[in-house]
Design a protein around this ligand. Sequence first.
Ligand code: F6P
Length: 475
Amino acid sequence: MNTVLLASNRGPVSFTHADDGTLTMRRGGGGVVSGLSEVVKDADVLWVCAALSDGDRSAVRLAPGGRLDQAGYDTGPVRMLDIPPATFHRAYNAVANSTLWFVNHLLYDTPNSPQFDTRFRREWESYQDYNAAFALALAEEAAHGARVMVQDYHLTLAPAMLRVERPDLRIAHFSHTPWAPPEYFSLLPDDIAAELLTGILGADQAGFLTARWASAFMDCCEALLGAHVDRVQRTIGYEGHLTRIGVHPLGVDGDALWARASEPDVESHMAALRERVGDRKLIVRIDRTELSKNIVRGLSSYRQFLTDHPEWHGKVVHLAFAYPSRHDLPEYREYTAAVQRCAQQIEDEFAGEDWDPLILNVDDDYARSLAAYRMADVLLVNPIRDGMNLVAKEGPILAPHCALVLSREAGAAAELGSDALLVNPYDVSGTANALHEALTLPEEERAKRGTRLRAAATALPPRQWFADQLAALGD
Ligand code: F6P
């Protein structure tokens, strides 16, 4: 039985079948996982996660009770849930990533607007089943009075389900995404919107990355549930239960990041990059190829900048890292193609014999990303909307003289906004102007801003972020 438990869709490890049929274990991917892996490494926290692939499912079947640590894997305490693949697919792809992600990032547009029909109802049932599987496992593993930290939009229903099973537990939910305003959130069917909100209100504490997302959640609870919201105390009362609202702006462990970024593989990527770009200025972006990251408008802004400022031709290179993401979904496959088309246009229009204006890398390589951060003169982070965006925090830590062009719709803008060049992510011309301003920002000004950006980026590293939330739940 465990006294602290963590629940998230992705876990700290994942498995693949090698050609000879054996299982190979790797570190799990994604922002939440990398932050939390550091945190729980030395603590006795049971991590409950889902099996995501056939490799994961094979590993679970070999592990007693799904406990990987008890099957001899060197993982720390981990229980992986073998949810039936079709249920998992509907819960993760259709509901979490195609619906909840789109709602909270305001991604629907007219040609791509949702239709909530009988098929969606079936998908919703799978999302309920998936959340119920987590609630059941947590109820089985938690010691009396244990603290349970439930993460993200995949698991919005689990807190209320768990409370029914185990009223003795202290439960927290944390949203790593933005939260939509009520007028947008209410495009969901009324019963589903209510179930999502009351699911989180089953927790004693609901955490958000910024005051803006916390406030949107409170607005939804008030407008759609008629809950009693106290904005001064930051509490929500609903059907006799009180949920405290917390704002915890996740930051970066600067020392750990520097330690990793000083390793030889990063240094050799830096040397190779320098060889390729010479002494040209570098505009860097690093993202998953994710619709909310707004990569196409970012590339269009660079194109506009090159059109407006021919004096920069041959003197600047845009290094755009756009790693594959969620290729099971057609929207993401189409978006990847759109990014590539846009990159090709820049190439066709501006490339010369001895100048490549754009280097687009689409394969994931962490060491190469760290090398790019270290060499950046300008970092472009222009999401349509983002819970936090840790790229905006990692860049200034590794590149002390780098100017940051940042979307005002990223959660990170709340802390970094006064030292970044803030842009409206839809405004391609405005972003093009900001790129020029960033490239021409005087050295002294960059250094001053860089010092303050670094301080803000490291203010709440993952370990402290997690400890604060545990403390808020009580001992
Ligand atoms: O932004 C919240 C988050 O959980 C990230 O940590 C993660 O990158 C993403 O959402 C989920 O992505 P995926 O679908 O690849 O797990």
